[in-house]
Design a protein around this ligand. Sequence first.
Ligand code: AMP
Ligand code: GLY
Length: 432
Amino acid sequence: MNVLVLGSGGREHAICWKLAQSTHITQLYVAPGNAGTSQVAINLDIQAEDFKAIKKAVIEHQITMVVVGPEGPLVKGIVDFFKGDKALASVGIVGPDMKGAQLEGSKDFAKKFMIKYSIPTASYASFTTKTVEEGKAFLKTLKAPYVLKADGLAAGKGVLIIDHLKEAESALEDMLCNAKFGEAGATVVIEEFLKGIECSVFVLTDGHSYKILPEAKDYKRIGVGDKGPNTGGMGAISPVPFCTPEFLDKVENRIIIPTIKGLRNEGIDYKGFIFIGLMKVGNEPYVIEYNCRMGDPETEVVIPRIKSDLLNLMEGVVTETLSECDLHVDERTASTVVCVSEGYPDAYEKGKEVKGLHRVEDAIVFHSGTKKTSTKIVTNGGRVFAITAFGHSIREATERSFGGAESIEYAGKYFREDIGKDLLLLEEKMKA
Ligand code: AMP
Ligand code: GLY
């Protein structure tokens, strides 16, 4: 089978790395990919949102399965595009259609969906330019801190958490009246602040049955101690010690099952990944957000823990036979540490030569923002590598990831040296 993966990050490298191990693969392609994906697949110079060029490549390379990595093409309707095109209608595509992708593409849609199906989430209200004053009045009814979310996709920057009422009021005005987040902020969701610890659960579904993939904890901020601006993610750990079997049971019964049933009830034929961002408040799970794709860098710990054939699972998704597929998971801990460019998440330079990749031992190097030139590998993004390692404990896994991150060299390299640190004590206490 010829398979095409869409995207160019560490998530897509991890997906390609795993698919390439499948015995059912004839040829694996990726568009556009990076220097790392070219080790396991053929990179096509096509952007993941260029539907016309993707169609041409699918026909030319006789591709029968497409796995969509990022949310952009999903929210823009790549699945609808395939289903509506005679030449592409028989191609299996892993990812939801435009309506399903609204789980991520519209926070207002996601909140309405959760309320309708009694899925636990923070209480909320939505406002538009016409209801700014009502929005301000609603803020007054809440306690600080105030959570304001741009409804649409805002490259992970659309959530504001603000301590003071006056600032929250002016931020609301900025979003609604001054288009702070452009179109994405034309509707704003204001919600109750939930105090707890965050983790993410990943689900693969064929629209009827589902598999719960390993959970993960992501480290979102740039600085040690989770300080400083938000990033796409600086590292991840799986499994998460505080996700006990009892807690995951609640997640399955109160969140996953109602979500799958709700989607079906809405007439949405959801085939793909659902990323559920959770807040554990006391011992109770609340949904912070849905994403219609896998997380990055969470994929770099979740996928390596899957022992079963990923292509077989993808086939199960597109042929609605997921219930017949096996899902075996490695019991060990996986950690990933992300090496970024100096300046990230603000402005950074690209094109720095990378050295030392061959020195990495006991770890897998997933490329995020890299490019191959005729003679070398150079940096090509804010997040450059995700270094994944296994261990029998978080300590062992992260030490290996840090070792790998230290071996790699490029000007301005930075990584967080505290990935997993907050979980070490908890893990040791639980094992004692
Ligand atoms: P989101 O883009 O919805 O995942 O939000 C980004 C981050 O904001 C989350 O990962 C949380 O850390 C935080 N956040 C979002 N919603 C809430 C909430 N209701 N209460 C507390 N923190 C939140
Ligand atoms: N790491 C968070 C995300 O992929 O959205």
